[in-house]
Design a protein around this ligand. Structure first.
Ligand code: ADP
Length: 543
């Protein structure tokens, strides 16, 4: 080898991101909407200093390099401080999903070996249900979000108050762990993903690129996506890297509150799952004149498939852009983004919408391929369906202390995503299903995502989820669960007639079940397993 003479041993760590924030962007602001609706506002100078104080306080409590420090909190400035302080003192930030059942939280915090948990005061009733089962837990620190810290707990503010705003960072190896996040499994235990400093830095850098999230120092970023959901899609570290201001929504995520915040704080980028944006669109459709959100550059949407009708609705009726991203907890999370390439910009709105509604093409350093059941790599022809596999510097190489899922990692170094996709000659990925949601009717695959997207384009429909029901003749048939918009309805025949123009007859759902609400997971995705549990036998009963 003719060896490189560059400083290849320079360590990529989150310390550089925190230092960058404090050095170059101290005057940019961080805004939090508190539980009572009041606004907390401070600068990155305060955020930087308080992160150092938190690191000093944790060190005083005995937190050592490699120790796991859990957080149980809404999106707030204190949670941002924890994001910055914990990894840069060499400890591991473990974000706990506050929407999980206490049994799952007990398993996850215990499995991760959390020695400290920093929790919002408003979430203490939840914490108290599981903390006794976390054998490694030594301290609970309370962030007083909605009132004073109760007796018997360490108060975050008191704890950091006397600490120095200088902090002596340890030497951190870029391959050491920085953060952890568990991903829910429908079968087996939750699986822990351990992010490193190097992986987090490289992910943040790539995510910030213009054709990825396009973050800049001038941006004002509202992560509606919770900070416990896959690093809030990289936005906090992306902000540290670029200096973008952060606008944290706190615990209230109702559409009017979000729109108020977007207008008042001149938000330029807002990020959330499709359900959130669907609610915002419905409200704007009622009366858009209430909010001036003209500062908004785009809404980032991901976590599950964004219906084309929603993307088009925002654009056509309100002139607002959405950027659709695909990712996974195991991918830090960003894998691909749906940006229209230059050569297709003039190809007309149909092409543009098709591109924007796809899962897009991979960001740099994420390799993609899709394979059949035998593991044969499939062609990028836009038609052949197979399981998506990925690899790259911020993709998990294994789960934390969990052998149940070892077969998710292939012998030649790829991660099996569990998503069934097509890839076209331009590299655009289209997810047709998660493998566990696939419908096989008489031996043919039917895409639940394609059907849902089409049903949600019907003017009477607010939300629709398509799932497999057992069938005496065809093994499985699609059933749709639908939620109508207020005051609207449609019959099965009308809905099928609406779909017929785009789908073969055998794809059409056997029935439409009107439900008050589609069950959702802890991060707001359709929970089709619950629909299958409830209605899976519906067609066996002669319906
Ligand atoms: P969980 O497995 O608990 O849902 P993740 O948030 O990591 O946790 O989920 C990743 C999965 O979410 C992906 O494998 C994919 O099925 C789905 N997903 C994420 N983004 C999109 C998207 N833009 N379109 C369709 N599906 C998506």
């Amino acid at each position: 080898m003719f060896k490189s003479l560059m400083m290849d041993d320079y360590q990529l760590t989150l310390v550089q991101l925190l230092e960058r924030l404090g050095t170059y962007f101290p005057d940019n602001d961080v805004v939090t909407r508190l539980a009572d609706g009041t606004i907390h506002r401070y600068t990155y100078r305060d955020c930087y200093n308080r992160s150092h104080q938190l690191s000093n306080a944790l060190r005083r409590l005995g937190v050592k390099e490699g120790d796991r420090v859990g957080t149980l909190g809404w999106n707030t400035f204190r949670h941002m401080e924890a994001y910055l302080a914990i990894p840069t003192m060499g400890a591991v930030l473990h974000t706990l999903n506050l929407r999980l059942h206490p049994h799952d939280l007990a398993y996850i915090a215990d499995h991760a070996g959390d020695s400290v948990i920093i929790a919002d005061r408003s979430l203490l009733p939840l914490l108290e249900q599981f903390k006794g089962e976390v054998k490694s837990l030594r301290h609970v620190i309370v962030m007083p979000d909605d009132g004073p810290t109760p007796e018997g707990y360490l108060d975050y503010e008191q704890l950091i108050a006397g600490e120095s705003t200088d902090f002596a960072y340890p030497d951190i190896d870029e391959r050491s762990a920085a953060a952890m996040c568990y991903t829910s499994g429908t079968t087996g235990h939750p699986k822990g993903v351990v992010y490193g400093h190097r992986s987090s830095v490289l992910h943040s850098l790539t995510a910030a690129l213009p054709d990825a999230l396009g973050l800049s120092e001038r941006d004002r970023v509202l992560p509606v996506v919770p900070m416990f959901h896959a690093n809030a899609w990289s936005l906090p570290y992306g902000a540290a890297l670029t200096g973008a201001s952060m606008i944290f929504p706190g615990p209230v995520l109702q559409p009017p509150v979000l729109l108020d915040l977007m207008a008042a704080e001149k938000v330029t980028i807002a990020a959330g799952v499709p359900t959130i944006w669907n609610g915002v669109l419905a409200l704007l459709d009622q009366d858009a004149s209430k909010w001036d959100i003209s500062a908004l550059r785009y809404m980032l949407v991901g976590g599950s498939a964004a219906p084309p009708a929603m993307i088009e609705g925002f654009k056509k009726r309100h002139g607002l852009d959405m950027v659709h991203a695909w990712g996974m907890t195991e991918m830090s999370p960003i894998g691909s983004l749906a940006r229209v390439k230059n050569k297709e910009l003039d190809a007309g709105p149909e092409v543009a919408l098709g591109r924007r509604a796809s899962q897009g093409y991979a960001v740099p350093f994420v390799d993609t391929r899709h394979v059949d059941d035998a593991g044969t790599v499939l062609p990028w022809d836009g038609q052949t369906m197979g399981e998506l596999e990925v690899r790259g510097p911020w993709v998990a190489a294994t789960y934390y202390n969990n052998d149940e899922q070892a077969d998710r990692f292939t012998p030649d170094g790829w991660f099996k995503t569990g998503d069934i996709v097509t890839i076209d000659s331009e590299g655009y990925i289209t997810i047709t299903d998660r493998s566990k949601d696939v419908i096989k009717s008489g031996g043919e695959w039917i895409s639940t995502v394609a059907l849902e997207n089409a049903i949600m384009a019907h003017p009477a429909i607010m939300e629709a989820a398509v799932f497999a029901a057992r069938h005496p003749k065809w093994d499985e048939r699609p059933l749709a669960a639908v939620v109508f918009k207020p005051g609207q309805e449609a019959t099965k025949d009308e809905l099928n007639a609406f779909l017929e123009k785009d789908f073969a007859k055998f794809w059409l759902p056997d029935d439409y079940l009107v439900v008050p609400e589609i069950p959702k997971t802890s991060v707001g995705k359709f929970q089709k397993i619950r629909l299958r549990e409830e209605y899976g036998e519906y067609l066996m009963k002669g319906n």
